[in-house]
Write a protein that binds this ligand. Structure first.
Ligand code: HEM
Length: 511
């Protein structure tokens, strides 16, 4: 059994300070004087470097850059001990100078510090979740598009996911072709990703640079921050204005924002940021997970066939699958679990920050200090075979790089492997508030697409093009670019797709 000990808040302060002084940081690569581990910070695929550190130093390691400690958690056990069991101490987020403070993302949920406003916003997510009907309607549109433009899957799929969340967040219907909201939010997401990346701007590592004069060489980041702050403001004002105008005209579709505007007058700021988080959180992560679905289907035709066999048996060929079918589809349920595990969309999580000094003790391990203000990264991807590890641990998930839904099917002779939803949506008080929506969207898109399409590798001159495996570096990590082709499974499938515009036409929020 492991034990955790919290230092007493006061009274025994001297003893606490002494204990903290005597306990070492978790082990890790040795840093240089003053600058610390700046040259050890991985720029590419950090989860792989973290894995190597884990293999060398164990499931909790640390580095320090310019005095800022970063703690890497490489097992479910240590992540649960700290982020779940002692969540109150780990529920704050890092202060990110460029993205958070200078551009203004500090008020978005994922960067918001703990406290009442955050709790209120998270409660809104739980109360007002998008309905499966709203999701189904847009998925039906995706199917129609794929039938007409199978070659454009890679460009249209993220757009469709974007459309789903815009509908849920603002009741906004995306236009054919160029759409101003899609473009506006694409820009917002790109600004967020770049400006909040810990190593993209020096000011994110060395906060004092925030006061570097704009007119001096190297001050260009301040001009950029001002421009991005304006762009961000537009993405906050425009959708709110849109919903208010639609409501005034009596034409508003019921959405996250319209529902909240009715219920919470005078709370525009709260509503705006919460709706923006639905958009941002929902579009990039879910779109990326779906990309990995198409990749997996090109690589594992036998899994595709097994999934289609179940869909055909349970749903028949007179309609598309819907969420109520899930209870009768154990293989597709396992399939979606495997998707979450196989391609870990947020491989190193979103960092948490420590509120107070912590001494972390476990039986058989030395006690480690996790200092106040340390950034804590759960390596959600990691594979290490000593403890209970994350999504690619060969002890927990044998043959972890293979896409195999059967690992989650219980039989007389074997139990299901650990549910990766426990890992891939993060931990503690900051666990992903969109996990239910994500879960439903994945089931619906995957089962609908497989019910009507066969997915194959792209080919040139009759020869299959083998996808290059790997994933991009970033908070949200995509599969490397690959091609695939889709063909309708039958005339009947084509008829289903063409008739699907009315499918789930009822939209809006439940509740
Ligand atoms: C496959 C899809 C998704 C995955 C894998 C995913 C994963 C994650 C992870 C790992 C975190 C960080 C949790 C932590 O700090 O411990 C997170 C946070 C968050 N996610 Fe998701 N997510 C997905 C879909 C969604 C959707 C659909 C929404 C919105 C409707 C959403 C909204 C958010 C928000 C607002 C946060 C920040 C929460 C906070 O800081 O308190 N996510 N997500």
């Amino acid at each position: 059994m492991s034990a955790l000990r919290i230092l007493p808040p006061n009274g025994l302060a001297t003893l606490s300070a002494l204990t903290a002084l005597l306990s070492p940081l978790p082990p890790g690569p040795k840093g240089l004087f003053l600058i610390g581990n700046i040259f050890d910070v991985p720029r590419q695929s950090p989860w792989l470097t973290f894995r190597e550190w884990g293999r060398k130093w164990g499931d909790i390691t640390s580095i320090t850059v310019f005095g800022q400690t970063m703690i890497i958690l490489n097992s479910v056990k240590v992540a649960e001990d700290l982020l779940d069991l002692k969540g109150a101490n780990f529920s704050v987020r890092p202060v990110i100078q460029m993205g958070g403070e200078m551009v203004g993302f500090r008020d978005t949920i994922s960067l918001k510090q703990d406290g009442n406003p955050l709790r209120q916003e998270r409660r809104l997510f739980h109360q007002l979740f998008g309905s499966n009907k709203a999701v189904e309607r847009f998925i039906a549109k995706l199917l129609q598009f794929l039938l007409q433009n199978p070659g454009q899957l890679k460009t249209e799929q993220p757009r469709t996911t974007g459309a789903i969340v815009l509908r849920i967040a603002f009741g906004y219907e995306v236009k054919e072709g160029k759409d101003e909201f899609i473009e506006m939010f694409d820009t917002r997401n790109a600004i967020f990703s770049r400006s909040t990346h810990p190593t993209a701007f020096l000011v994110n590592l060395l906060p004092i640079l925030r006061y570097w004069p704009e007119w001096l060489p190297g001050g260009g980041f301040r001009t950029l921050a001002k421009k991005w702050a304006k762009d961000l403001q537009v993405t906050l004002d425009a959708p709110l204005e849109y919903v208010k105008q639609e409501m005034a005209a009596g034409t508003a579709e019921r959405s996250f924002t319209s529902t909240l505007l009715e219920e919470r007058t005078g709370q525009d700021e709260l509503i705006t940021w919460a709706a923006s988080a639905v958009q941002a959180g929902g579009s990039s992560t879910t779109a990326t997970q779906l990309e990995s679905f198409f990749l997996a289907m090109t690589l594992y035709p036998e899994v595709q066939a097994e999934a289609q066999e179940e869909i055909d048996r349970v749903v028949g060929n007179g309609r598309l699958p819907d969420i109520s079918d899930r209870a009768n589809m154990p293989y597709m349920t396992a399939f979606c679990r495997e998707l979450l595990r196989w391609h870990t969309v947020v491989p190193t999580g979103i960092p948490h920050r420590t509120r107070e000094d912590y001494i972390y003790e476990r039986d058989g391990h030395p006690a480690y200090l996790i200092p106040k203000g340390a950034l804590v990264f759960p390596n959600l991807w990691f594979a290490l075979s000593l403890f209970r590890h994350m999504s690619h641990d060969p002890d927990v998930y044998p043959d972890p790089m293979t896409f195999n839904p059967n690992r989650f099917i219980e039989t007389d002779t074997k139990k299901s492997e650990q549910d990766p939803a426990r890992i891939c949506f993060g931990y503690g008080r900051r666990v992903c508030p969109g996990k239910l929506l994500a879960d439903a969207s994945l089931f619906l898109v995957c089962s609908m697409v497989l019910s009507v399409f066969n997915i194959r590798k792209a080919s040139k001159d009759g020869v299959d093009i083998e996808p290059v495996l790997g994933q991009t570096t970033g908070t949200v990590s995509q599969p490397l670019p690959f091609g695939c082709t889709l063909e309708a499974r039958s005339e009947h499938a084509i008829a289903l797709i063409q008739g699907s515009s009315g499918h789930g036409a009822e939209s809006g929020l439940t509740g």
